[in-house]
Design a protein around this ligand. Structure first.
Ligand SMILES: *[C@@H]1O[C@H](CO)[C@@H](O)[C@H](O)[C@H]1NC(C)=O
Ligand SMILES: *[C@@H]1O[C@H](CO)[C@@H](O)[C@H](O)[C@H]1NC(C)=O
Ligand SMILES: *[C@@H]1O[C@H](CO)[C@@H](O)[C@H](O)[C@H]1NC(C)=O
Length: 425
């Protein structure tokens, strides 16, 4: 009897400190300048509806972001949505400001806890050195606040550097691998970095956080002009997460970094994006990518592929072939890598025929229940709109046209950001 009681007690205690697999989205707090509490509520509700547990708040400075985060916490508490900080250490930080920011909402029920301690992450920060991170943790501890530090030290990407990460930074408890795109190569991303760093932190108390991202394209003077090969990344990266890496936490990169074209949140017209990003963001909605996320988030959390109950195709494509000359902007680094094609992910409840057509090109393929990638190359004709159809037994279940033209001319700014659409029964 006594033994049974002790066992039960132990089991409960263990259950309390074990975290379920969680999914967060990286949220650029810099883009919240124009936000009212209702904007946070909208974003959080949209995220929560697809299974996202919370936002990792990328905070760049002790400025207006701190005030907006007060609203973020109010919105999050009403929704039981979670938040943790991802300090953007590519900016200059005073340690005391970081300590105050973490301490300020430390007792909020929306502050995300990892094994009963506050999870704190970063973008970069290795150049601040081990002493900085050790004293950051002890300053918080002196206030009675224990944190779990899982930073994204971005120079740690090579799998062979994983052990030196842990020996160089004894104060870290976990790791966030930021790198969710191929590294300037015309090849798909592998899980080599994930597996090496996951193993390196496996004996520590903190989580291995894996980033999953749909795309990478930027074209801003002074901030970078590049594209990474991302044609089918949003499908295979999730498969890497659910089938092979199975990290403690998936962090979707990002919710709202419009300038790097990896946003899965809606384009909020009140957010000021400077003068150049809007030239490749406006009209290039990514909302339907959330349908793909919802499917894989469920898979990640339950450990098995969810049953699909409604036939759907999510598709994405750029609006100009890569060789088209544009009158302004910069031809991005790696511009030769993306394929000139419309990509489509069939998400089916049962076997069906998928038709993808654009101009004089048509591709048909049979896809089974579950998810199947397909594509159709861009045609040579100008001003074409893709056509996507799901049919079964010779009858069209549902079909649609994309709502963005693929043009061979008329390009006024180099744009490798895709338009994302969907069709669903
Ligand atoms: C702490 O929160 C209060 C409101 O609760 C806010 O006014 C203040 O700016 C915040 N300070 C920091 C450092 O987060
Ligand atoms: C990347 O993987 C996809 C299948 O997921 C394949 O069709 C494509 O050819 C690969 N790309 C390269 C550059 O190997
Ligand atoms: C492509 O051309 C069509 C027809 O001229 C035009 O309506 C459309 O705006 C163009 N698309 C883009 C993305 O510029």
């Amino acid at each position: 009897m006594m033994q049974k009681f002790t066992l039960l007690f132990l089991t409960c205690a263990l259950a309390r400190v074990t975290n379920a697999q969680s999914v967060f989205a990286h949220f650029m707090a810099q883009n919240s300048y124009s936000y009212a509490e209702s904007d946070w509520t909208n974003d959080m509700t949209t995220a929560q509806n697809i299974g996202i547990d919370g936002f990792a708040l990328n905070i760049a400075a002790n400025d207006y972001e701190v005030d907006r985060i007060v609203d973020a916490y109010a919105a999050a508490e009403a929704l039981d949505f979670k938040l943790f900080y991802s300090f953007d250490m590519s900016y200059t930080w005073q340690q005391s400001d970081m300590v105050n920011i973490v301490a300020n909402h430390s007792s909020s029920p929306s502050t995300f806890l990892w094994k009963n301690t506050i999870l704190v992450s970063t973008y970069s920060g290795e150049s601040y050195g081990e002493d900085f991170w050790a004293s950051f943790k002890s300053a918080l501890q002196n206030k009675g606040i224990d944190i779990t530090l899982a930073p994204a030290f971005t120079t740690y990407r090579d799998p062979s550097s994983a052990d030196s990460l842990v020996s160089t930074f004894p104060s870290i408890d976990g790791f966030f691998n930021w790198w969710s795109w191929p590294a300037d190569v015309d090849a798909n991303l592998t899980t080599a970095t994930d597996l090496a760093y996951q193993a390196a932190v496996s004996s520590l108390s903190g989580p291995y956080i894996m980033s999953v991202s749909p795309w990478q394209f930027k074209n801003i003077d002074g901030a970078g002009d590049w594209v990474e090969y991302s044609d089918t990344l949003w499908n295979y990266r999730w498969q890497q997460a659910v089938n092979y890496v199975k990290p403690d936490i998936v962090e979707i990169v990002t919710w709202n970094d419009y300038g790097e074209s990896h946003y899965i949140g809606d384009i909020n017209p009140n957010v000021y994006l400077g003068t150049q990003a809007p030239l490749y963001v406006d009209g290039f909605t990514h909302a339907a990518w959330r349908d793909v996320a919802q499917y894989y988030i469920s898979w990640f959390k339950t450990g098995s592929a969810p049953t699909i109950t409604k036939d759907k195709v999510v598709f994405w494509y750029r609006a100009w072939p890569k060789a088209v000359e544009c009158s302004t902007g910069t031809l991005p680094r790696n511009a030769a890598y993306p394929e000139d094609a419309v990509f489509a992910l069939a998400m089916l409840k049962d076997t069906a025929t998928i038709t993808l057509a654009i101009g004089s090109n048509t591709v048909t393929f049979t896809a089974g229940a579950g998810v199947t990638m397909g594509s159709v190359p861009f045609p040579s004709e100008d001003s074409q709109i893709p056509y996507i159809a799901i049919s079964r037994d010779g009858t069209i279940v549902v079909d649609t046209h994309g709502s963005m033209y693929v043009n061979q001319s008329g390009c006024t700014y180099y744009n490798f950001n895709p338009f994302v659409g969907s069709v669903s029964e």
